[in-house]
Design a protein around this ligand. Structure first.
Ligand SMILES: [Zn+2]
Length: 111
């Protein structure tokens, strides 16, 4: 699972750290005649940011365009855990209090 998240794909988008331009493999780069569908890794080493001219190594992998949905799934998962946790906490707290109360009562009963 974690290996999958780290692995790069042909659809990873790359953001120029200098100007914020995002290279999207699905769209290519009109300015440099890069056809849609060309992964960032296959761009020529001489390829530059079409906006500010930064080199390829100025770009950061920001993941595939579909990442948003994956993030939402994670968010849902997180919310699911968060809605469960207070309930479980309450159950634990009240359960522990009830047990402690019963324990004290039984102690008093024995004495
Ligand atoms: Zn740039």
């Amino acid at each position: 699972m974690s290996e999958q998240a780290v692995a790069t794909t042909d659809f990873d988008r790359y953001e120029c750290r200098a100007c914020g331009y995002v290279y999207e493999p699905e769209k290519g780069d009109d300015k440099h005649d890069i056809a849609p569908g060309v992964p960032f890794a296959e761009l020529s080493p001489t390829w530059r940011c079409p906006v500010c001219g930064a080199k390829k190594n100025a770009f950061t992998n920001i993941g595939p365009a579909g990442q948003a949905s994956g993030f939402q799934e994670n968010l849902k998962y997180g919310l699911g855990v968060n809605t469960l946790t207070p309930t479980q906490k309450n159950l634990l707290i009240f359960g522990a209090l009830a047990l402690a109360f019963l324990f004290f009562i039984s102690l008093y009963g024995l004495q």
